[in-house]
Each structure stands twice: as structure tokens, then as C-alpha cells.
Design a protein. Sequence first.
Length: 406
Amino acid sequence: MAVITGLSGNEIFCLQRQHLTPGDLVIGNSVISLGLIGSIRSGFKTLFGGEVHQVTQVIHEGRQRAYARMVAEAQRHGGVGITGVSNELVIHGTNIEFLAIGSCLHRAEANAEQLEFSSAADGQALYCQIDAGFKPKRFVFGNVAYSIGLGGGLIGTLRSLQRGEIKEFSRIFNETRHLALKRIKAEAREVGANAVIGIKTSILPFAGMQEMVMIGTASEHPALPSGFRQDPITSDLTNEEMWGLINQGYMPVQLVLGVSVYSLGLVGGITSFFKSFVRGEIRELTTLIYEAREEALAHIADDARRYNADQVVGIKTYVYNLGGGIIEFLAIGTAVKKMPGVGTRSDTLLPQAIIRDQDTFINTAETTTVSSLNQPTNSANSVSAFLGFGFFALWLVFVLFRAILH
């Protein structure tokens, strides 16, 4: 019977070099409902800001059930592992479906008695992980659903009248991002791993709140000291980047991030508004964004010092306009450290490991409600769609009202 796999030609080539052969696509799903009572309780919780524990738990359980069903299917296929595990969120009215999808792997044409590993890495990335000395164990994730909250919003609004950092907002954003990291580490400890690598971070709009989710692969590396079993290393470097650093004797030690939320202030906002009519630099905005950037990078430097890192690499920076003259600056990267006994099995990477596959199916019609949990999501699209529907509903009521009167 023909194998039906989600792996590309380059992935298959790389995996065969690690004595792994492609198996069938495996899928698990779970449909959940927040429920009326849960939604009301969550609504009250959003008034206070911070994590909304009930929503976090519901999402976590739904994702875990979908993952468990995918694993069961892979075991029925006699797979030794699953690669390219992803999570997708599908909205069905008031219900939510979680999908766990991956490709089953076999070894030496023989069925395995039990599944040995699952990985968020695709076939090419998995090759890089194994060649860098990591033994994959399990697909892991950490999530947190959170709200700025009415309380934090009121305080933040008052604070936003003054120029500078809005510490209430900075605190909420920093705490939630570190909670997701803490939880992905906890899952790695449960399976006896000392590392979580290839982490991808997404921020999603969810029922009037936001969810931050980190996914990665819990792995084992023999060169890491025993202390890392209690505090696993974390890295958001691509697996190709990580391979290059390990080839030079550097090991990732910690995913580091910093957030700062700043306000231009009432006076600064008015000043920059009038200056925007004149060509030239708006110094108020220039200095504000510079200060926010410096504060976020200072948080990263503090995290790196706690882990005695030699460098922080792969820093990515994002600026978000939160409205009302308020901006968020997010910086994220990976702290690395020189370690003895660290190196790659091969001197160079296979060309097939770094070739990016090209899409051969293009759909420009936005007719789907599927949203990948592994990719950043622009919440503005959801807001625009909601506003558009609201305007349409108002127009429809107006037309019906006029028809009744006539």
C-alpha cells in the first residue's frame, strides 16, 4: 500500500541519512467549547488583568488531547517517531477544534514496538538536531491566555498621560511571556529532557484576550551538565543556525526576551501630531522608541547575566502600536555559552538540509477560518473582520426598519 506522507523530497533525503524512512501522515483532533459559564467567569477575570487561568487550561487540555490521538495513530502505524508536528486552530461557530498533524517515521523497514520520539522540527531541521548531537524526545508546548484587564487598562490610561514607561503594561507582558517559557520547560523535565530547541512563539487573539504559545522539541544532549535536567536549555534559533554555533563549540543556554511598553504622553502626543504636518524628524517619537528599545534590551542583558552567557545571538525586535500614543517594544533572542565537548558529527551541512521548499499551491482567496498556532498572527485582521461585520449588521437593521415603516 502506498505511503501517504507530508514530507518533501529534501526532507526524505535528509532523514534517510539518519536511517529514517517516511511513513504516513498522522492526525489527531479535539473539539472543545468554552461554555457559557466558563465564558462568563473568564469575562470577569479579564477585568483584573494578567493570566486567565481557566482559558489557559481549556486550551491546554484541548491541545493535549489532539496530540495524544495523533500519537496513538502513529503507534498503530508502527512508527518509531513523528516529525513536523504542528497545531492548528479551527473555529466552528462557538466551538474550537484543535488539530495535531505530523508525519510518521520508520527505521530500517521495521515496525517499532512503541513510539520513541515526536518533534516540532520538519525533516530537514530534525537532521540538523541529530547531527548537532541532540536526541529528540517529545513535542512540547507552553501556553498562557492573558488580558491587560480593565484595572490595568485604567491605570495604564492614566499613566499614558505622562511620557515614559507604563510599568503596569510592561509587567503584564513580561510575566505572561515568561510563563509560557516556564511551562515549556516543565514539559521537557517531565520526559527527562535537558533541552528544548527550535522554539517558535506565536501571539494569537482569543475571545477578547490574547494567547501566547511556544512550541519546540524536548531533547537530550550528552554534553550538557546534569543541572540542566532541572533547568533545561531553551533556544529559538533555527536548527540550521544552532548547528552552525554548535559546530563552533557554542551551546544555547536560554531563550531570553524583554518587553517595554512606553507612552508618548498627552503633551508629547499633541506636539508630535502637529509636527507630523511638517516634513522632518519627529524627535518625540524618535526618543520614545529609542528608550523603549534600550529598556527591552536591558531586560535581555539581565537574563543573559543570570545564565553566565558569552553572547546573545539571533536577536529579533518588534514594535507594536497599541494605540493612544502607546507602543510596545519586544526583543527576543538566544543566550549561548562556550562548552567543552560540544561539536557536530559532520563538518558541513548537507545542501538538502538548508534548501527551502517552494510552495506549489497558491490560494489568494481568504475563505478559510484556519489559523496556524505555529505562525505569528496579525490580530488586526480579526478586528477588521469584526468591525466589518458590525457595520453590515447595522446597515441591515436600518434597511429592515425602513421597510417596516413603508
